[in-house]
Design a protein around this ligand. Structure first.
Ligand code: NCD
Length: 307
């Protein structure tokens, strides 16, 4: 089974069949992860470079583990320790890596669209591990996997992304992926953190967190991206928490089941209270576990290999 696209740049143009193929094969790879020896020779012939031009904990380690579980050869490259600091361009950097014979680049880069550029100049397969505030397809796919485990499918599932929609690549990839799969998607946050015209993507907008909780099966709570914001988008961290924070009192007041996701890293006590993050509604650590399985599936389907 091959995907329609030879790269994974984003979910905007990824068809439902490809998303389903990735999620189905992630189920098979998750089973491998639970074996006493969680390793298969599938990508023994493949060399992967993880090129991270922006900070990352979960995504970088999750990709590296996924690659190692599939027996790929792995090289890690981080911008802070490379010749990027000497002024080398992105294309030159990757072409030099390619001259050492690699097959696949997993890249995180602050420039939206950097991955598309790369595919025009390089022969390697490219997987987007986050491009600025644009897309983060593997995060959205692991969110979808986690929801499919609980709800079976996405038909009419009401998922609301809460918080800093404007600066979140997780939000955009979730909106594309979830709407493609038939979910009812909404966003909730202060008007300054919600892009104008977002309804054109087929999502509803809530400005009241209590209404969002009442009308959703799932809240995917997003980190307030202090590093990507110009100042003044909300009055204070305290006020944000009072107005939009996801708290156990708010969840209890709605008297209905709800699932909480968060891509991490969490600002505890800001967008999400600690007792909710660690409580019975939360699937946050399941998301992290599923991240490895979903990335194994993506690597397998993009790079090719026998299981
Ligand atoms: C996200 C990211 O880097 O976009 N984190 C992640 O990949 N798990 C979300 C964030 O930084 O808030």
């Amino acid at each position: 089974m091959a995907l329609k696209s030879s790269h994974l740049l984003g979910l905007r143009d990824t068809p439902a069949e490809d998303i389903t193929a990735i999620l189905d094969s992630a189920v098979a790879f998750k089973e491998i992860l639970n074996r006493p020896i969680p390793k298969v020779p599938t990508l023994r012939h493949v060399t992967v470079v993880n090129a991270f031009f922006e900070n990352s904990t979960r995504t970088r380690i999750s990709f590296e583990l996924a690659e190692k579980r599939l027996s790929a050869d792995v090289v890690n490259f981080s911008a802070s320790a490379s010749s990027v600091n000497k002024g080398e361009t992105l294309i030159d950097t990757i072409r030099n890596l390619e001259a050492m014979k690699i097959d696949l680049v997993v890249m995180r880069h602050p420039l939206p669209g950097a991955h598309t550029l790369l595919t025009k100049y390089c022969d390697s397969k490219v997987i987007n591990a986050g491009d600025g505030a644009h897309e983060h397809p593997t995060q959205a796919l692991l969110d979808l996997m986690t929801l499919r485990e609980v709800y079976g499918d996405f038909n009419k599932l009401r998922v609301t992304l809460v918080g800093d929609i404007a600066h979140s690549r997780v939000a955009l990839s979730n909106i594309y992926g979830l709407t493609t799969m038939g979910a009812q998607v909404a966003v909730c946050g202060p008007p300054t953190l919600i892009p104008r015209d977002i309804e054109d993507l087929g999502v509803k907008v809530y400005y009241d967190i209590n209404e969002a909780i009442a009308k959703s099966d799932v809240l995917n709570v997003l980190r307030i991206q202090m590093e990507r914001q110009d100042s003044g988008l909300f009055p204070s961290v305290r006020e944000y928490h009072q107005t939009f924070g996801v708290t156990s009192e708010r969840l209890a007041a709605s008297h209905k089941p709800i699932t909480i996701l968060h891509p991490g890293p969490i600002n505890r006590g800001l967008e999400l209270d600690a007792d909710v993050a660690d409580g019975p509604h939360s699937l946050i650590l399941k998301q992290v576990t599923n991240g490895v399985a979903v990335r194994m599936a993506i690597l397998y389907l993009i790079a090719g290999g026998e299981k």
